[in-house]
Design a protein around this ligand. Structure first.
Ligand code: TPP
Ligand code: SF4
Length: 271
């Protein structure tokens, strides 16, 4: 099952999004669970047009609430959100933080090209200091934040980073993230060939985590802090942290959820 669609792919040649698409199709084809994709707005978001599964094109920064709604309405679905770094870490940061805090069972895959690409290259919260783009022609004066550190504090129960140019690692990470019960977060280093070509930079520095215990909070914190998205340190990829914890849509939520009959009565009252 290739999961291809008739839509013409309009990403630039060399874009890191092609590898993410390739991996996502492979992983989805193996899943036992029906899957729904939810996207934000940007180059990354076009991915929903290229995979033949149910999908919802949401609005800029609002992938987590849209995905949460879908999951609560039908907990049997695997709900996978695709967002850009501008989308998830800029426009809609609070939604990402609260989805992690609630530990709702959705997966968020961030196409982190470290710019707003569709709008031709403005700086985002993960652009390095000194980044020159349309909105910072003389170089950004701000230092980036580390999204993994943020997700760790917010309560995400699965935290990973991968690189679009390491497809085997990306495949393993995305599959594990979807299978994890709870909020899964995957930051994918995805070079934008046109506006911020970081291939050489990552190829020199990226390495895979080995002999790392993702169930240890201390270990995870240490590895997460190894690269701050600004320094020239080596860049670990893989699963940094995982934890088994009660999910938002668990027993307590089920007890309070109105039945279908009650929902129809409420709708009737508001006719
Ligand atoms: C609420 C809102 N603000 C701004 C825009 C304009 N806009 C469209 S795409 C985009 C950039 C998206 O960047 P990112 O989320 O990083 O995704 P990428 O294009 O890099 O994949 C912006 C700012 C919008 N569509 N909606
Ligand atoms: S502008 Fe950048 S992120 Fe967008 S399709 Fe082109 S290479 Fe990819």
């Amino acid at each position: 099952m290739s999961l291809r669609t008739y839509a013409e792919i309009t990403w630039c040649p060399g874009c890191g999004n092609f590898a993410i698409l390739n991996v996502v199709r492979k992983v989805f084809a193996r899943l036992d669970t029906p899957v729904v994709m939810v996207s934000g707005i940007g180059c990354h978001a076009k991915i929903v047009d290229y995979v033949n599964v149910s999908s919802f094109y949401s609005i800029h920064g609002r992938v987590p609430p849209a995905a949460t709604g879908i999951k609560l309405a039908n907990p049997k679905l695997a709900v996978v959100g695709f967002a850009g770094d501008g989308d998830a870490y800029g426009e809609g940061l609070e939604h990402l933080v609260f989805a992690a805090k609630r530990n709702v069972d959705i997966t968020m895959i961030i196409h982190n090209n470290r710019i707003y690409a569709l709008t031709t290259g403005q700086f985002t919260p993960t652009s390095p200091k000194g980044f020159r783009g349309k909105s910072t022609p003389e170089g950004s004066v701000e230092k980036p934040f580390n999204p993994l550190e943020l997700m760790f504090s917010a309560g995400a129960t699965f935290i990973a980073r991968s690189y679009s140019n390491r497809q085997k690692n990306l495949e393993m990470v995305i599959e594990e993230a979807i299978k994890h019960r709870g909020f899964s977060f995957v930051d994918v280093l995805q070079p934008c060939y046109t506006f911020f070509n970081t291939y050489d930079y990552y190829n020199e520095r990226v390495y895979e985590l080995k002999e790392h215990d993702p169930y240890s909070r201390e270990e995870a914190e240490k590895r997460i802090k190894e690269w701050d998205y600004n320094s020239d340190n080596r860049i670990p990829i893989g699963i940094f942290y995982r934890e088994e914890k009660e999910v938002f849509e668990g027993e307590e939520f089920e007890e309070r959820k109105p039945s279908k009959k009650q929902l129809f009565e409420i709708l009737e009252q508001h006719r």
